[in-house]
Ligand binder design. Structure first.
Ligand SMILES: Cc1cc2nc3c(=O)[nH]c(=O)nc-3n(C[C@H](O)[C@H](O)[C@H](O)COP(=O)(O)OP(=O)(O)OC[C@H]3O[C@@H](n4cnc5c(N)ncnc54)[C@H](O)[C@@H]3O)c2cc1C
Length: 462
């Protein structure tokens, strides 16, 4: 089987690369066959689960702001972004009939909020310019000779092409087909791959899981499925709005974020948790100690919080309805005035020092409610981080094919002519908010266009 350009991987970057290559060829009057080889029964499986099934397919910030959200070398993405900006991506989908909406934070979605519309549009765009999409076609090995590339698939077929685009994605959510094959091939061709680690993932506090069940596949990897401890049960499901979170690496402050935090079956995640997870995971993997501190009263100094806690305690204590209540019950009422009710069990379980029991003889135990400690814990609720949820539920893979090995203006390998990379397989990853898909589209479009341009002056495939 033969094509002029083969794209391995029918995900976001691969479909865009194939479209861009075939579009460019058509615009230049070249008869090039562009074929996508996708191992899953349908293309775009990962796109289907993006944005909780709604697919936040881009972010329409301009480059200056957009680039702030790229965690790795942003300058590498600049040419690709300018070749296909986020506004261009919006126009691309609109031009193929998909209505779009832009929400808070410049995040763009299909107006239907169905990720399937994004996949369908990409597939129809590809078909409109003659791209062939071969599904259930898993490439297992590839090699290069002076005519181009030879590929073998697990179904026994083999393919030849003049130019090859590797768009196999990362390692996260392997059930979508992304199992990291591109890294292996890059390594086999002598192309450097930087260390890989899961990013945009849950951080698991110490004691959150029943047995801190670290499994060996990745350092500090804690299986999301492993059962929760009592503390985990108490916190799981709590969502906190507008909190400040500080990240500590080996007791030094290494980052801070403001926004929303979710406690889930994995641990601490949500927008703020995710934003801090990249640095945290990297530090854990390097053997550092990682901790998070939640400030539930950001913007209010500790002295004021302490005064407020004391004031509220006096109110609770004096309230006639408190008559006859035990101290612990009154403490719960006090905490209810300071935080959402569903947070109280988890807050109390993780901050046992807010209540002191003083034994006075056999029968008598005096209970002290430590008001300054409550205030301190509201401002500095510490979690030592035991581990992370791995690729099985991480949103992206950090690390990958080194950007030093790729020409940013074309996405072509510096050492293997005719070989291109795009999307998450490269050492490029970003925040949540549509940045990752935009990067996949931009780098895909540039790789496709460059691959077509490079074949312009060469004789067609036999
Ligand atoms: C749960 C979740 C939610 C997300 N939400 C968003 C969001 O809302 N917005 C956003 O911008 N980003 C989001 N992302 C990130 C985004 O989906 C990825 O960064 C993006 O899909 C990467 O595109 P890609 O083309 O590089 O790789 P993928 O989309 O992973 O595509 C790679 C393709 O290659 C195929 N493949 C792999 N190996 C082979 C092989 N040997 N032979 C043939 N085919 C192969 C795979 O089957 C797959 O289809 C989310 C990710 C996850 C996991």
């Amino acid at each position: 089987m033969r094509a002029d350009i083969i794209v391995i991987g029918g995900g976001a970057s691969g479909l865009m690369a194939a479209y861009a290559a075939a579009r460019r060829a058509a615009d230049q009057g070249m008869a090039l066959q562009v074929t996508v080889l996708e191992k899953m029964p349908r293309p775009g499986r990962k796109i289907m689960i993006t944005g909780k099934g709604r697919c936040n397919f881009t972010n329409v910030k301009d480059w200056n702001e957009f680039s702030q959200h790229i965690s790795s070398k942003a300058s590498f993405v600049k040419s690709a972004f300018h070749n296909l900006t986020s506004r261009d991506v919006l126009d691309f989908f609109e031009s193929f009939g998909m209505k779009t909406v832009v929400e808070r934070g410049d995040r763009a979605f299909p107006a239907s909020y169905h990720a399937s519309d994004v996949v369908d549009t990409l597939v129809s765009a590809c078909h409109s310019v003659g791209v062939k999409i071969e599904t259930e076609c898993e490439v297992s090995t590839l090699s290069r000779d002076n005519k181009g590339f030879s590929l073998s698939c697990t179904d026994g077929r083999s393919w030849n092409c003049r130019s090859l685009i590797i768009a196999t994605g990362g390692l996260s959510y392997p059930g979508t087909g992304s199992t990291g094959d591109g890294y292996r091939w890059a390594g086999e061709m002598g192309i450097k791959v930087t260390p890989l680690f899961p990013s945009l993932t849950a951080l698991v506090p110490a004691g959150y899981k029943a047995d801190d069940g670290i499994i060996s596949s990745f350092p500090h990897h804690i299986d999301r499925q492993s059962p929760l401890s009592g503390i985990g049960e108490a916190l799981c499901g709590v969502q906190l709005k507008n909190v400040a979170v500080q990240l500590y690496i080996d007791t030094m402050e290494a980052g801070n974020e403001f926004g929303d935090v979710d406690f889930t079956d994995g641990g601490i995640e949500g927008p703020v948790g995710f934003r801090l997870s990249r640095k945290a995971v990297k530090a854990l993997v390097n053997g550092s100690k990682v901790a998070l501190s939640l400030d539930l009263k950001p913007g209010v100094p500790l002295a004021d919080v302490t005064a407020r806690v004391k004031e509220l305690w006096t109110e609770v204590d004096k309230d006639p309805r408190s008559r006859g209540l035990r101290e612990k019950e009154k403490c719960r009422i006090l905490l209810g005035k300071l935080m959402p009710w569903d947070l109280i069990p988890g807050f109390t379980a993780t901050n046992p020092d807010i209540i002191t029991l003083e034994r006075k003889g056999r029968q008598d135990t005096k209970v002290w409610i430590n008001l300054p400690t409550i205030a301190k814990c509201l401002k500095d609720w510490k979690f030592d981080i035991a581990g992370l949820v791995g690729y099985e539920r991480a949103v992206v893979t950090a690390g990958g094919v080194s950007t030093d090995e790729i020409i940013p203006k074309s996405m072509e390998s510096r050492t293997v002519p005719g070989l291109y990379f795009c999307g998450e397989v490269m050492d490029v990853d970003s925040d949540t908010g549509g940045y990752n898909l935009q990067t996949a589209f931009s780098t895909g479009a540039l790789a496709g266009r460059s691959a077509a341009d490079a074949l312009k002056d060469q004789s067609p495939a036999e």
